[in-house]
Design a protein around this ligand. Structure first.
Ligand SMILES: NC(=O)c1ccc[n+]([C@@H]2O[C@H](COP(=O)([O-])OP(=O)(O)OC[C@H]3O[C@@H](n4cnc5c(N)ncnc54)[C@H](O)[C@@H]3O)[C@@H](O)[C@H]2O)c1
Length: 276
């Protein structure tokens, strides 16, 4: 068991990547605390983990933009488990249906998207840090997006917020490295989770979009799953990554590091000079 007796708070843990991470952590022996706006989903997940013999809690409905909600969860976690070793900052998303270029950017969406993704990453960190500093130990995982630095589509508010999350990660990693607190950021490729509900209706249109996206943009030519992300969270939370901090890890089937075969004209037979 990679996380035996470790205590993890997972924001946005009721659904998607957070849910998969919570299940994987619990199976690896962690005590898992879900901090999510969706209290019904969080309750159901706690029940499912407990039914499998794991340990999980959710205390209050948590909005990561609200410091008091977070403090309540932190206080309850320390009361029940005495420590907080891991924070996974999954809560995030976009407003305005993914629109947001310079012609149609809505400033209300900009505010809400910044609040959720940037402040909603900083607030949980500030809430758990006093406890982590006291123990000289902590593992913090944040979430960016490919578009923060490899924009293939323009979503100014969301991508700018995620770019700031990366900067926050690097600065905190530098500050906290001497204190045994590692801070890393995952940049996911397209992952099949409820995240897409804000962007595309379920059904044929979404299936077609996913098929095209994976065939054309993802070198491994498939959409990612929430478990693909949970595995990397497990690595970044366990002793396997003790000497890793301040890193961005792309989890996108090759996106971010290598080009998709379908997005480079050099791969076509008429243009490939090496294999002619
Ligand atoms: N799914 C993708 O393809 C993708 C790609 C790039 C980046 N990301 C990022 O990865 C992270 C996880 O995404 P996901 O796909 O699991 O998302 P998701 O939408 O499936 O789940 C997000 C969870 O966060 C919760 N949440 C939303 N707002 C909240 C708030 N204010 N306070 C507390 N909880 C809140 C939701 O209730 C939900 O349970 C997010 O930061 C997202 O921006 C996702």
């Amino acid at each position: 068991m990679l996380l035996k007796d470790q205590v993890a708070i997972i924001t946005g843990g009721a659904k998607g990547m957070g849910e998969a991470t919570a299940k994987m952590f619990a199976a690896e022996g962690a005590k898992v605390v879900i901090a999510d706006l969706d209290k019904i989903g969080a309750d159901a997940l706690v029940e499912a983990i407990t039914a499998k013999g794991g340990t999980a809690r959710t205390y209050n409905k948590v909005d990561v933009t609200n410091k008091e909600d977070l403090q309540q969860t932190v206080d309850s976690t320390i009361k029940d488990f005495g420590q907080i070793d891991i924070l996974v900052n999954c809560a995030g998303g976009t407003f305005g249906g993914g629109n947001g270029n310079s012609d149609n950017l809505n400033m209300d969406d900009w505010e809400k998207t910044m609040q959720l993704n940037l402040n909603g990453t900083l607030n949980p960190i500030l809430a758990v840090l006093p406890q982590m500093k006291k123990c000289n130990f902590g593992r913090i995982i944040n979430f960016s997006s490919m578009g923060a630095f490899d924009a293939y589509t323009v979503v100014l508010h969301y991508h700018a917020a995620k770019g700031a999350v990366e900067s926050l990660t690097h600065n905190l990693a530098f500050e906290l490295a001497p204190k045994g607190i590692n801070v890393n950021v995952i940049s996911p490729g397209p992952i099949m989770t409820p995240f897409w509900e804000e962007l595309l209706p379920t059904g044929d249109e979404r299936t077609q979009f996913f098929d095209q996206l994976s065939a054309k943009e993802v070198p491994m030519q498939r959409m990612g799953t929430a478990d693909d992300i949970a595995g990397v969270c497990l690595f970044l939370s366990s002793k396997l990554s003790n000497f890793v901090t301040g890193q961005k890890i792309y989890v996108g089937g090759g996106m971010g590091n290598i080009l998709s075969h379908n997005s480079t004209f050099l791969m076509t037979s008429e243009n490939n000079m090496v294999n002619k």
